[in-house]
Design a protein around this ligand. Structure first.
Ligand SMILES: C[S@@+](CC[C@H](N)C(=O)[O-])C[C@H]1O[C@@H](n2cnc3c(N)ncnc32)[C@H](O)[C@@H]1O
Length: 348
C-alpha cells in the first residue's frame, strides 16, 4: 500500500492532523492583500503531497536534515515549508517583513510587512528597464509573481532547491495566469543556470543567510549579470557571538534555521565579500530596526495554539534565535561597466 504523508485533506482544516480553527474555506485561502492572488483557493495538500512522496519524511527526513549541512536549507523547506513561521497559516510567506509603516496589531500585518519587504527590494532594483530578472532563493514564488505583475516586459526566473516550494510556486504562478512569463528552476544559487552576462537583475529576499558559500553566490551574480546590471537583496546577518551564552544559542540556531557557520559575520566583512566579487556597492545599510522589533511584537501576539504548529525538533533547535544578536541588511550593488562595455553599448 502506498504510504501517504502525515498531511490530511484540507477538509480537516489543518495540515498536521491537529485541530486548529481556521478562518477560510481552504488552507491558505487568504493570500496577501495586493498579491494579485487574493481570490485564490489553494490546496497545499493537493500540490505538495504529490511531490512529498518522493522526499524522505518524518524521522528519516529529519535525520537527513541533520546529516547533510550543505543541503540543510533544501531539506528544511521540503519538510516544513508550510510550518516554518509561527502562525503563518494564512499565506505562503516565510519572511520577517519590513514593518516601517505596518502595525503588528493590524489584521494581516505579517502579510503586509512581507509585501513591503518585497517592494523594498523591487523598488531598489529599478525594474523598468529590465527584461530578465532572477529571484535567488525564491521561496513560494510570491515575489516572482509580484515582479511579473509589476514589470509586464520582464521574464522572471525563480531559483530554489526545495522541490516542495518549486511545486507550490508553479501552481501559484499558473493560478495567477503568469505561467508563460515566470519559470521556477530547481537549481543551486552557487551555480546559477545562466550564461555569462545574460541577466539584468538578480533579486534575493531573506535567503542568502542559508547559502553555504555566500562569496560563491556573489561571484555567480557578477558572472550572470550584464555589465551595468543590478543585484538588489535583503538578508539576515548573524553577528559574531559576544560571549558563551551567544555561542550556545548559536549552536541551536544554526541547526534549526539551516545557517552555515561561515555566514556569521560583521557588516564590514559582509560588504567586503560583495566587493571582492567585483560588485560595486551603492546601498549597504542595516534595516534591523524596521524588522526585528515589530516582528517580535507580532510573534508575541500570536495565540499559543499557533506555536504548536512548529515541528518540535525545529522549535527546539531554533530556540537560540530569540537570544542571538542579529543584524539585517539591505544591499544594492551592480556589475560595473568597463570602458569596453560602454563602447559596445554605444555601438548597439
Ligand atoms: C527564508 S526563504 C525566503 C524565500 C523567498 N525569497 C521569499 O522572500 O519569500 C529562503 C529560500 O532560499 C532557498 N534556498 C536556500 N538555499 C538555497 C540554495 N543554495 N539554492 C537555491 N535556493 C536556496 C530556500 O529553499 C528558500 O526557498
Amino acid at each position: 500500500m502506498r504510504r501517504t504523508t502525515a498531511y490530511r485533506p484540507i477538509r480537516s482544516g489543518c495540515t498536521d492532523g491537529r485541530s486548529y480553527p481556521r478562518s477560510g474555506t481552504a488552507l491558505w485561502l487568504s493570500l496577501p492583500p495586493g498579491s494579485g492572488l487574493e481570490a485564490t483557493t489553494y490546496s497545499y495538500d493537493a500540490v505538495v503531497n504529490r511531490r512529498r512522496r518522493s522526499i524522505p519524511s518524518g524521522l528519516l527526513g529529519w535525520l537527513r536534515y541533520l546529516a547533510s549541512p550543505t543541503r540543510r536549507a533544501e531539506t528544511l523547506y521540503d519538510l516544513a515549508a508550510d510550518r516554518l513561521l509561527i502562525a503563518n497559516a494564512s499565506a505562503p510567506l516565510a519572511n520577517m517583513g519590513f514593518w516601517r509603516n505596518v502595525d503588528p496589531a493590524a489584521p494581516n500585518s505579517l502579510e503586509r510587512a512581507n509585501l513591503a519587504l518585497f517592494d523594498l527590494v523591487n523598488d531598489a532594483a529599478g525594474l523598468d528597464d529590465a527584461s530578465r530578472v532572477v529571484d535567488a532563493g525564491s521561496g513560494f514564488g510570491l515575489n516572482a509573481i509580484r515582479v511579473a505583475r509589476r514589470a509586464p516586459n520582464c521574464a522572471v526566473v525563480g531559483i530554489n532547491r526545495s522541490q516542495v516550494q518549486i511545486a507550490m510556486s508553479r501552481e501559484l504562478a499558473g493560478r495567477a495566469g503568469l505561467a508563460d512569463r515566470i519559470r521556477f528552476l530547481r537549481a543551486d544559487v552557487h551555480e546559477l543556470p545562466f550564461a555569462d552576462a545574460s541577466v539584468d537583475r538578480v533579486l534575493s529576499v531573506e535567503a542568502a543567510f542559508h547559502f553555504h558559500a555566500r562569496d560563491r553566490f556573489f561571484a555567480e551574480v557578477y558572472r550572470a549579470l550584464v555589465p551595468g546590471g543590478w543585484l538588489s537583496m535583503v538578508d539576515l546577518v548573524p553577528l559574531p557571538p559576544r560571549g558563551p551564552v551567544d555561542r550556545v544559542a548559536w549552536r541551536f540556531t544554526r541547526r534549526g534555521l539551516a545557517i552555515p557557520d561561515a555566514n556569521v559575520t560583521t557588516l564590514d566583512a559582509y560588504r567586503a565579500s560583495l566587493e571582492r566579487a567585483g560588485l560595486e556597492v551603492t546601498v549597504f545599510r542595516s534595516i534591523v530596526a524596521d524588522v526585528y522589533p515589530a516582528f517580535r511584537r507580532w510573534q508575541l501576539r500570536q495565540p499559543l495554539r499557533a506555536l504548536v504548529r512548529v515541528p518540535p525538533l525545529l522549535a527546539l533547535s531554533s530556540a537560540g534565535f530569540l537570544f542571538y544578536p542579529w543584524d539585517y541588511v539591505q544591499v544594492v550593488a551592480r556589475r560595473p561597466m568597463q570602458p569596453h562595455d560602454v563602447l559596445r553599448a554605444r555601438g548597439r
